[in-house]
Structure formats: C-alpha cells, structure tokens
Design a protein around this ligand. Structure first.
Ligand code: NAP
Length: 250
C-alpha cells in the first residue's frame, strides 16, 4: 500500500496499458481518476477498482481539448482533494507510408499524443506546484527511434521524450519528477488493430514480435504498469527526465 493517500490520474485509462496502470495504483492504495475519451471503458475500470474496495472516479475527456482537460483535473481535485500522479496513456495510431499520409493522419496523432500530453501536464502542474509534490509519467514508444509507416507517431513519441526532459528541468525545483516510459510491442487493442489493418493474424504478429525480442515474448500491459508504479514511488525519488524502455531488451 505504498500509494495510500495518493491521488492518480490516468488518461487512456479505460483500456490496455492505462487500465493496467489504474488497477495497479488502486491495488497499492491510491485513489484513481480513470479517464478516457468515452466514459464506458473508463467506468468499467473504475467499477472494478471500487469492487476491489478501492476509490475511483471515471471521467470522459478528450485530451485534445483544453477545456475538457482542465475540467478533468478540476474534477480530480474536487473529488479527492489533490493530484499526485499524472500518467498519459491516451493514444491512437494512424499508420501510413509518407507518400500516403494525410493531414488527418498527421494531425490526429500529433494532437492526441503531443498536444494531449502538453495540455494534461500543464493542467496537472497547476495543482502539483503549490503542493510541492508530483510525479508525471508520459507514454513514449520504441517508435521514437524510428518505425516504418509511423512518421506521425514516431515524431510525437520522440517529442514526448523531449517534453519529459524539459519539464523535469522546469518542474524539478517544485519536487515534481517527470519521466517517460517507452514500450515495445505490448499486447493491447492498439497492437491487435495493427494486425487487423495489415491483414496479419494477431497470433502470428505476436510470434514474430517475440522472436525479435531478446526476452522472447511480447509485453503485457502489467509489464509497463509496474515500471510506471516504480517511477511514481519513493524508490525512484531521485529519477527525473529519464526515458525507460520497456521492451524486453536493450
Ligand atoms: P489502447 O489499448 O488503444 O488504449 C488507448 C486508450 O486511449 C483507448 O481507450 C483510446 O480510446 C484512448 N484515446 C484515444 N484517443 C483519445 C483522446 N483523444 N482522448 C482520450 N483518450 C483517447 O492502447 P495502449 O496500447 O494501451 O496504449 C497506451 C499508450 O501506450 C499509448 O500512448 C500508446 O501510444 C503507447 N504505446 C503502446 C504500445 C503497444 O504496443 N501497445 C507500445 C508503445 C507505446 P479508443 O479505444 O476509443 O480510441
């Protein structure tokens, strides 16, 4: 129960890595604001937390929209009294080779990942700075290092690494740690959608990804949630501005 008395806000918390992170925080004692673009999946995760005896609130929020993001943070504070952890998992992919990538593919991905992370961090620091306490963890990706068909996504995920380093410098004096995690292939709806779109059987896609991975398996949402929990714990109290790759190898 290392997070008793802490309040966490997880965007994209209704599914995949965000849902696993919300559950992990709750099981270690935190009150959790589970946020997602649709209330349905967020409420499912929040109900599971409450059924397990935890405290959770589901909030629908499109992270691309400043007004919705600011209202979400305000609801977190109104409901639980403070905000200690921000984890930004909201995300989409719109893959295309450069010659086929449309403005919509570009704008959708950049707005969701890059602008969404900026808006959430800006709203959260308004609460964390006066508290003189906070932990932010942003979701980057191995795609930040380059990945075919992902000009938009790789640019956003590399940008998020720069944002984490910059905010670690700006917010460090207020006792706020800012880090990024960069997962490789994690088994979620997002990677399942890649299989569907490319017409590859999901089991085959996973098998190929596992063979490329030194630990010889694909990642699970819980693998990422564990590292996020570590970065929000006092064990990582002197870690800031770092990118931790969670991809079963170097
Ligand atoms: P996921 O299962 O698809 O979950 C992402 C969630 O974000 C979904 O519930 C999605 O809603 C929501 N979302 C999309 N647009 C949003 C918006 N504008 N505002 C608020 N929420 C929004 O994906 P995941 O695999 O858990 O990914 C979580 C994060 O990890 C993402 O940032 C992703 O880029 C990153 N990541 C994933 C992997 C991987 O292999 N899975 C690897 C590296 C990094 P809808 O389902 O309705 O769209």
């Amino acid at each position: 129960m290392r997070f008793a008395d802490r309040v966490a806000l997880v965007t994209g918390g209704g599914r995949g890595i965000g849902a696993a992170t919300a559950l992990r925080f709750a099981r270690e004692g935190a009150a959790v604001v589970v946020s997602d673009v649709d209330e349905g999946p967020a409420e499912e995760v929040a109900s599971q937390i409450r059924q397990e005896g935890g405290r959770a609130l589901a909030v629908a929020c499109d992270v691309r929209d400043r007004g919705q993001v600011e209202a979400m943070v305000q609801r977190a504070v109104d409901t639980f009294g403070r905000l200690d952890f921000l984890v930004t998992c909201a995300g989409i992919i719109r893959d295309n080779l450069i010659h086929k990538m449309t403005d919509d593919d570009w704008d959708g991905v950049i707005d969701t990942h890059l602008k969404g992370t900026f808006l959430c961090a800006q709203a959260a620091q308004r609460v964390m700075v006066p508290q003189r306490y906070g932990k932010m963890v942003f979701l980057s990706s191995t795609s930040a290092l380059g990945n075919r068909g992902q000009t938009n996504y790789s640019a956003a995920k590399a940008g998020i690494q720069g944002m984490a380093r910059t905010l670690a410098i700006e917010l460090g004096p207020f006792n706020i740690n800012v880090n990024a995690v960069a997962p490789g292939f994690i088994e979620t709806r997002m990677t399942r959608a890649v299989a569907e779109r490319t017409g590859v059987d999901f089991e085959e896609l996973k098998k190929a990804a596992a063979e490329r991975t030194p630990l010889r398996r694909v990642g699970q949402p819980e693998d990422v949630a564990g590292v996020i929990a570590f970065l929000c714990s006092e064990d990582a109290g002197y870690v800031s501005g770092q990118v931790i790759y969670v991809r079963g190898g170097p």
